[in-house]
Design a protein around this ligand. Structure first.
Ligand code: NG6
Ligand code: CA
Length: 523
C-alpha cells in the first residue's frame, strides 16, 4: 500500500496533506486517504430526473442534495444495462453482462449468477483488509441451481462466497418471491412453523393468488402481471408457500435494511469497510412507510423517492455521529433508468404532475435510448474531493471496480474485471475526461455506444414499444440509429444517413466489444 500512497500523494499533494491534517486530530487510527471507507448506495429504478439536485420539483430530497453539495454531481453517468440483474452483474464483477449467459432479469429462485471463483468488487476490498457487507436488493441469484434451493436450511452459493463478510438481502426484487430477508446465508427470523417453498412454475395447492383472489389484495393491486402469490396484501411474480413471521412487510423494508446498514457501519467503525447498500426504493411494489406518505403530489412513487432520501440521510447521519464522514467515500447511483407504471396500480402515471423521471433523456428503464441507462451519480469524499462540483464527463459504472481498486491499492487478478478501466481521476473530479466510449445494453440485448455527444444504436427487429404494459419506447429500429446529443436535443433526429463514417466507427466498437474486452493501458 505504501507505493500506492506515494502515487496518490504525488498526484494530489495538497488534497492529501489537507486530509491528513483534517483527520490527524480525530480519534480514528484508520483515517488516512489510502483506505477510505466506501459506501456504494445503489438505488433501484431511480431516474436521472427523480432527485431535487437533478431538477425534480415535485419531491424533496434534502439528504441527497446535501451529498451532492458536498461532493461531485455527474451529469452523464451510465449504468451498464437498462435493467437490474445485468447492471448489478457488471458493477460487481467488472465484466459486461452480455459475456455471461443468464444475466437477464433473474427470477427469485435463480441459481447464483456470479460464480464463486470470479473475483468480485467485494473480493477486491477484502483483499486489502476491508470489512465487506451487502445489504438490500441482491437480484443475482442464490444457491447452486435454479429452482433447487432448500430455503429452510443454510443456502449454498450466496454473497458469502463472493467476498462479502456479511449480507442481509432480498433474494431478487420486492415483486418476486420469496418475500423474506436472507442474512448470512439463512432466512432471517426463520419461522420453523411455516417452512418455505418457492416455485416459478406452478402454484402450491390451496394457496391464494392475485389472479384468483383479488379480494385479498388489500395493499396494492397489479396493473399488469404480478398476479401470483399474495404476501402482505400484494400479489407478486412467482409462487411461494409458508414464511410465517419471516415474511417482510413492504412498508418496513426501508427501515429494516437501513437499520442493518447502520449496524454494519457501527460495528466496523474502527477498520476500513466497504458497504454495498442496494435499496428496494423506488422499485415496485411501491409501498413506503406511512410517515413518508402524502407529502408530495406524485403519490406512492414520490413517497418512495422521499423514503430513499431518508435512508441516505440515516447513513450520512451515522457517519457524522461516528466521526467517519471525512474519510468515507460515498457513491450514490441507480441500477437503471426510471419506470413509471411497472405493474402495480399505484397511480404513478396519473400523478406525475409534470415530473420527468428521466430528466431530459429519451426513453426509460428497458430502453436502448439514453433514459434506459442515464442515471444520477454522486460521489462525496470530504477528505479528498472539493465540495460543490459538477462533472459532465461521460462515465460508466463498469469502471468503478478498477477505479476503486486503484484507489485502495488492490491488485486485480489477471483475468478479473476484464471490462473495467481505471478512471479514478475522473471519478474523484480531478479531471473531466470522457471515457472514449460507453456501452449501453437494453433489455432486449441491443447494444448502444456513446462517444462524446454521439449516440449509436445497433439495429434490431424488436418492437418499438415495450409489449407488456408500461408505455415505454424500446429504442428498437431495424436500421442503425445515430444521434447527436446537444444541449436541447436528445435522440430526436436520426442522422445515420448523414454521417456514415461515424456510424461505421461506432458500429465497429459495438461489434468488437460485444465479443471481446478491449484492454486499456489504464487498467
Ligand atoms: C419485469 C416486471 C417488472 C420488474 C422488472 C425487473 C412484469 C410485468 N414486469 O418483468 O415489474 O420487476 O421485470 O425490474 O412482471 S428490475 O429493475 O429488477 O430489473
Ligand atoms: Ca432496477
Amino acid at each position: 500500500m505504501r507505493t500506492h500512497y506515494l502515487t496518490l500523494a504525488l498526484a494530489a499533494p495538497i488534497a492529501t496533506l489537507q486530509a491528513v491534517a483534517a483527520t490527524s486530530n480525530g480519534n480514528q487510527p484508520t483515517a488516512s486517504t489510502d483506505k477510505p471507507n466506501v459506501i456504494l448506495i445503489y438505488a433501484d429504478d431511480l431516474g436521472y430526473g427523480d432527485l431535487e439536485c437533478y431538477g425534480a420539483k415535485n419531491v424533496q430530497t434534502p439528504h441527497i442534495n446535501r451529498l451532492a453539495q458536498e461532493g461531485i454531481r455527474f451529469t452523464d453517468a451510465h449504468a451498464v444495462a437498462a435493467t437490474s440483474t445485468p447492471s448489478r452483474y457488471s458493477l460487481l464483477t467488472g465484466e459486461y453482462a452480455w459475456r455471461k449467459p443468464g444475466t437477464d432479469v433473474a427470477a427469485g429462485n435463480a441459481g447464483m449468477i456470479i460464480s464463486p471463483g470470479q473475483f468480485t468488487l467485494a473480493d477486491m476490498f477484502k483483499s486489502v483488509g476491508y470489512a465487506t457487507g451487502a445489504i438490500g436488493k441482491w437480484h443475482l441469484g442464490l444457491g447452486e441451481k435454479t429452482g433447487e434451493q432448500d430455503w429452510n436450511a443454510p443456502l449454498s452459493s450466496t454473497p458469502a462466497d463472493l467476498g462479502f463478510d456479511y449480507h442481509y438481502i432480498m433474494a431478487a426484487t420486492a415483486d418476486r418471491v420469496p418475500c423474506v430477508f436472507i442474512e448470512d446465508s439463512q432466512i432471517a427470523n426463520y419461522d420453523p412453523s411455516a417452512p418455505i417453498e418457492v416455485s416459478y412454475r406452478q402454484n402450491f395447492p390451496g394457496e391464494p393468488t392475485g389472479k384468483d383472489n383479488p379480494e385479498l389484495l388489500y395493499n396494492l393491486k397489479p396493473s399488469h402481471g404480478h398476479d401470483m402469490s399474495i404476501v402482505n396484501g400484494i400479489s407478486r411474480i412467482g409462487y411461494m408457500k409458508g414464511g410465517g413471521k419471516a415474511l417482510w412487510k413492504d412498508e418496513n423494508i426501508a427501515d429494516s435494511i437501513t437499520t442493518h446498514a447502520i449496524q454494519f457501519i457501527e460495528s466496523h467503525k474502527d477498520e476500513p469497510f466497504f458497504l454495498y447498500f442496494a435499496t428496494n426504493d423506488v422499485h415496485v411494489p411501491r409501498f413506503p412507510h406511512d410517515r413518508f406518505r402524502g407529502k408530495n403530489p406524485m403519490g406512492l412513487r414520490g413517497d418512495a423517492i422521499a423514503q430513499f432520501d431518508w435512508s441516505v440521510g440515516e447513513l450520512l447521519n451515522t457517519l457524522d455521529r461516528l466521526g467517519l464522514t471525512e474519510n468515507t467515500l460515498v457513491i450514490l447511483s441507480s441500477d437503471n433508468g426510471p419506470v413509471v407504471d411497472d405493474g402495480y396500480a399505484d397511480e404513478a402515471e396519473e400523478r406525475l404532475n409534470g415530473h420527468r423521471p428521466s430528466g431530459p433523456w429519451r426513453g426509460n428503464k428497458y430502453s436502448a435510448f439514453e433514459g434506459g441507462t442515464a442515471v444520477p451519480a454522486i460521489v462525496r469524499w470530504p477528505a479528498r474531493i472539493q465540495p460543490g462540483k459538477e462533472s459532465g464527463a461521460l462515465i460508466s459504472q463498469i469502471d468503478w471496480m478498477a477505479s476503486l481498486g486503484k484507489l485502495i491499492g488492490a491488485r486485480l487478478p489477471k483475468e478479473s474485471a476484464p471490462d473495467s478501466w481505471n478512471r479514478l481521476s475522473t471519478l474523484l473530479g480531478d479531471d473531466e475526461t470522457n471515457r472514449p466510449w460507453v456501452m449501453e445494453y437494453s433489455s432486449n440485448h441491443v447494444l448502444s455506444v456513446r462517444s462524446g455527444k454521439w449516440k449509436y444504436i445497433d439495429p434490431s427487429d424488436g418492437p418499438a414499444m415495450i409489449p407488456w404494459g408500461p408505455k415505454i419506447e424500446t429504442g428498437n429500429l431495424s436500421t442503425p440509429q445515430l444521434y447527436l446529443l446537444d444541449e436541447n436535443v436528445y435522440e430526436q433526429e436520426n442522422v445515420a444517413e448523414k454521417y456514415p463514417a461515424k456510424v461505421f466507427e461506432l458500429q465497429k466498437i459495438a461489434r468488437r466489444v460485444r465479443t471481446s474486452s478491449i484492454y486499456h493501458e489504464n487498467k
